[in-house]
Design a protein around this ligand. Structure first.
Ligand SMILES: *Cc1c(COP(=O)(O)O)cnc(C)c1O
Length: 554
C-alpha cells in the first residue's frame, strides 16, 4: 500500500485546518458518540459501568499496534478505560477532594487542547496568555492582593504552587542559590497537618528533608503557634536561614486553617529582633481554602442567600482565617479542587511581582525563545511548555459562577456538611472529630454500643492509657468502612472514604477516621441522611461478627 493512502486516513483524524463543515460535523459527531458511549455506562450507581480489576502486570506487556486504527475504534477503546470510575458529581459520592467538572471548564480544556497554545510566551498563545493574566487578576483581588503589584503563574499542581513559594523564599534567605546550589543551613516550617508535598519539595530542591521542620497542630488542626515560635527562634539562634514558613489554609483531611495573621506577626517581630537582612517568606498553601474568600464580603447578618444559621456560622468560622490571605507573600490555589475544573489547574499568586525576578533566567540561556512579544512568563517559570488548559478552565468557571455562584455552590456543600454533622452528633454511636473545622470534609468515628462517645474522643486523643482502646476502635472503624463501602458499590448508601491517620494522638498513635468529603452540588439532604443510616446499619452488622466490639475501652 502506498503511504499516500494511509496519509489520507491520517488527515481525516485531525480537525481540518481550514473550514470544512462536513468534516466539522464528523468531528462533533465523534465527540457526541464518545459521550453516548459514556452515557451507556451510567446506572443508578455512583460509578461508570462496573469495577473491572486491572492487571498491571499484563499492561506492562502492551506493544505498539502495527497499523492504523480509526477514530471510531480508538474512541470506543478509550471509553472502556472509564469503566469503574467514580462519578464525582454523583449525589452519593462523598469520597475525597475531587470535584465534578463544569461544562464550560471542560470546553476550556477542549479548545486549549485543540489549538494547543503554549503560554510560556504570548507569541505561541496570544490571547490565551491574556486569559492567564485575567485569572491572576481576578484571584489576586479575591484574596485581597494589590493587583498593581501582584502576579502569578499557572503551574503543575498544588505541589508546584508550594514549590514556587519555597523556592522564592530560599532565594530571599540565601541569595544566589540558583547559581551556587542550596546551602545547608536553610530550613522550612510546616505543620504536621500540612500536605506531604512539603517533604517532596525540600527533597527535590536539594534542601533535604531533614531541613523540613514539622510543627505539631492543636486539637483544631491548626499549627501550634507557641511551638512554631520556639522552633523558629531556635533555628535563628543556631544560625539557620528560614527559607519559608508554609501556612496551610485548608488542610487536606480536616480543613484546619492556620492562623496566618499571627504567623506573619511572629515573622515580623523576629525580623526586627534578630536584625535579619531578609524577610522570611510566608507561603499560604490555600489550594483548598482559597475559594472561601468569596465570603469575605458576605453580609452574615443579612444572609441574603438564606443559608441556615449553622451554615452561616461555618462560613464565618472559615472566613475569619481566609480573610487574611493577602498577608502571605505567596498563595497556592487549586481550581481543580474547590474550583470545579478538570486537572491540572493550579495557580501560584505572588504578592510582589518583583519576587519572580529572583528565579528569572538570562535571555542568552534561551537563545531560540522570547526575542519579542511583551509577555514572557517562560523567562521565570520552572516549566518550559505550559498548557492553556488550566487557565481557560479556571477562567471559564470564574466567569460562569461569579462571586455569587461560588457563594451558592460552596454555601450549599457547607450546608450539607453541617447537616451531616448534625445527624452524626444526634446519635450516641457516632461522633465528629473535626467539629471546629468549617469546610466540607467531615471526619468521624463510630463506636460500639456502650461506649460514651462524649468522652472517648478526648480520652483516646490525650491519654496514653487509652492506647489499646484507640487501636481497637481504629480497627472497628475500618470494619465499618468496609461494610459501608461494599454496600455503596451495590448501590446502597454513599461512597465515603477513610484516612488511616487524620492526625496523631498526643502519644503518637494514628487516629483513623471515616471521611465524608462533599463537593458535588447534587448532594442533598437525603444523601447525607443515608450516610448516617448506613453507618448505623454497619454498626449493628459489625457488632454481630466482631471482636472489636468487645475490646477494652476502659
Ligand atoms: C491537594 C493538596 C496539595 C497538593 O496539590 P496537588 O494539586 O495534588 O499537587 C497541597 N496542599 C494541600 C493542602 C492539598 O490539599
Amino acid at each position: 500500500m502506498n503511504y499516500r493512502d494511509i496519509l489520507e486516513n491520517i488527515r481525516l483524524a485531525f480537525p481540518q485546518p481550514t473550514s470544512d463543515p462536513i468534516h466539522d460535523s464528523y468531528f462533533v459527531h465523534s465527540i457526541m458518540r464518545a459521550l453516548d458511549q459514556v452515557d451507556a455506562l451510567k446506572t443508578h450507581l455512583p460509578m461508570l459501568g462496573s469495577i473491572v480489576s486491572a492487571d498491571f502486570e499484563e499492561a506492562r506487556q502492551t506493544a505498539l499496534p502495527d497499523a492504523m486504527s480509526s477514530v471510531e475504534d480508538v474512541t470506543a477503546e478509550l471509553i472502556g478505560y472509564l469503566r469503574g470510575m467514580t462519578i464525582f458529581g454523583h449525589p452519593r459520592t462523598q469520597q475525597n477532594v475531587i470535584p465534578p467538572t463544569t461544562i464550560p471548564s471542560v470546553i476550556g480544556v477542549l479548545i486549549a487542547s485543540l489549538y494547543n497554545p503554549n503560554i510560556a510566551w504570548d507569541e505561541y498563545s496570544h490571547l490565551v496568555a491574556l486569559a492567564e493574566v485575567e485569572v491572576v487578576g481576578m484571584t489576586a483581588k479575591m484574596v485581597g492582593y494589590d493587583t498593581e503589584k501582584a502576579s502569578g503563574v499557572f503551574t503543575f499542581g498544588g505541589t508546584g504552587t508550594t514549590l514556587y513559594g519555597v523556592k522564592l523564599g530560599l532565594e530571599k534567605a540565601s541569595p544566589g542559590t540558583m547559581q551556587n546550589g542550596t546551602p545547608e543551613e536553610a530550613v522550612v516550617f510546616v505543620s504536621d497537618a500540612g500536605h506531604y508535598c512539603a517533604t517532596n519539595i525540600v527533597g527535590w530542591l536539594g534542601m533535604g528533608t531533614n531541613n523540613l521542620v514539622t510543627i505539631p497542630t492543636t486539637y483544631e488542626n491548626e499549627i501550634d503557634l507557641s511551638q512554631l515560635e520556639t522552633a523558629v527562634r531556635e533555628a535563628l539562634t543556631n544560625g539557620k536561614k528560614i527559607a519559608a514558613i508554609i501556612a496551610t489554609l485548608g488542610t487536606t483531611d480536616a480543613f484546619g486553617l492556620d492562623d496566618l495573621e499571627s504567623i506573619v506577626a511572629l515573622r515580623d517581630t523576629l525580623v526586627d529582633e534578630f536584625q535579619l537582612d531578609y524577610r522570611p517568606h510566608i507561603h499560604a498553601d490555600a489550594v483548598i481554602g482559597w475559594a472561601w474568600s468569596v465570603f469575605n464580603n458576605y453580609d452574615i447578618e443579612k444572609n441574603t442567600l438564606g443559608f441556615r444559621p449553622r451554615t452561616v456560622r461555618a462560613l464565618a468560622g472559615a472566613c475569619r482565617r481566609i480573610r487574611h490571605l493577602s498577608l502571605a507573600d505567596s498563595v497556592g490555589i487549586d481550581f481543580h479542587k474547590t474550583g470545579f475544573t478538570p486537572y491540572i489547574s493550579s495557580l501560584v499568586l505572588v504578592k510582589d511581582q518583583e519576587d519572580l525576578n529572583l528565579v528569572k533566567r538570562h535571555p542568552e540561556q534561551m537563545p531560540y525563545l522570547y526575542h519579542f512579544g511583551e509577555h514572557r512568563p517562560g523567562m521565570y517559570t520552572l516549566e518550559t511548555s505550559r498548557a492553556g488548559t488550566g487557565p481557560l478552565a479556571a477562567l471559564a468557571n470564574l466567569r460562569l459562577f461569579g462571586e455569587q455562584g461560588l457563594q451558592v455552590i460552596l454555601g450549599h456543600i457547607v450546608e450539607m456538611t453541617q447537616l451531616l454533622r448534625e445527624h452524626l452528633e444526634g446519635h450516641a454511636g457516632t461522633t465528629v472529630l473535626n467539629r471546629d473545622n468549617f469546610g466540607t470534609v467531615t471526619l468521624f468515628r463510630a463506636y460500639p454500643e456502650g461506649v460514651d462517645t462524649f468522652s472517648i474522643k478526648r480520652h483516646e486523643f490525650e491519654d496514653a492509657a487509652y492506647r489499646e482502646s484507640l487501636l481497637a476502635h481504629n480497627a472497628y472503624n475500618q470494619e465499618i468502612f468496609q461494610y459501608v463501602h461494599s454496600e455503596a458499590m451495590e448501590g446502597r448508601g454513599v461512597v465515603i472514604s477513610t484516612t488511616d491517620c487524620y492526625r496523631q494522638t498526643n502519644y503518637g498513635e494514628p487516629i483513623l477516621a471515616l471521611k465524608s468529603y462533599i463537593l458535588s452540588p447534587f448532594v442533598d439532604e437525603t444523601d447525607v441522611e443515608s450516610v448516617v443510616a448506613k453507618v448505623l446499619e454497619a454498626r449493628s452488622a459489625v457488632a454481630g461478627n466482631s471482636t472489636c466490639a468487645t475490646a477494652s475501652h476502659k
